[in-house]
Design a protein around this ligand. Structure first.
Ligand SMILES: [Zn+2]
Length: 116
């Protein structure tokens, strides 16, 4: 078996402006960096993971494909952890920002170079 499509070493970093971590929620730039990408995005399981910096701490976001093809999103920030316990479909601002970004650039699994 010949493997020709090797995964690229460098992944895109995108900056998204979101409500900041301070009480006034002053818009602040958040950096999203892809840390993992499944070579087969249609397979059930983890599709992509991101590292988010710019907030109080560094967070991890994961997109997981369920058996029915639906994408489940996870974030490690306190907001997502706290609200996720009560509402399973809850999405924090990081996930919302990432989803909005993807709607803008199209399918992330087909366009590796989203950021200029
Ligand atoms: Zn979050």
């Amino acid at each position: 078996m010949v493997k020709e499509n090797k995964p690229r070493g460098s992944f895109a970093i995108v900056t998204v402006v979101l409500p900041g971590p301070d009480k006034k929620r002053t818009p602040a730039p958040y950096m999203f960096r892809v840390t993992y990408r499944n070579p087969d995005p249609h397979e059930a399981g983890c599709v992509m993971t991101w590292n988010v910096t710019g907030g109080r701490e560094e967070y991890q976001i994961a997109a997981e494909r369920a058996g029915d093809g639906h994408l489940n999103w996870h974030c490690t920030c306190p907001d997502a952890v706290y609200n996720g316990e009560n509402r399973r479909a809850y999405c924090c601002k990081h996930i919302h920002g990432l989803q909005a970004l993807m709607e803008t650039i199209g399918s992330p699994v087909r366009r590796e170079r989203a950021a200029a």
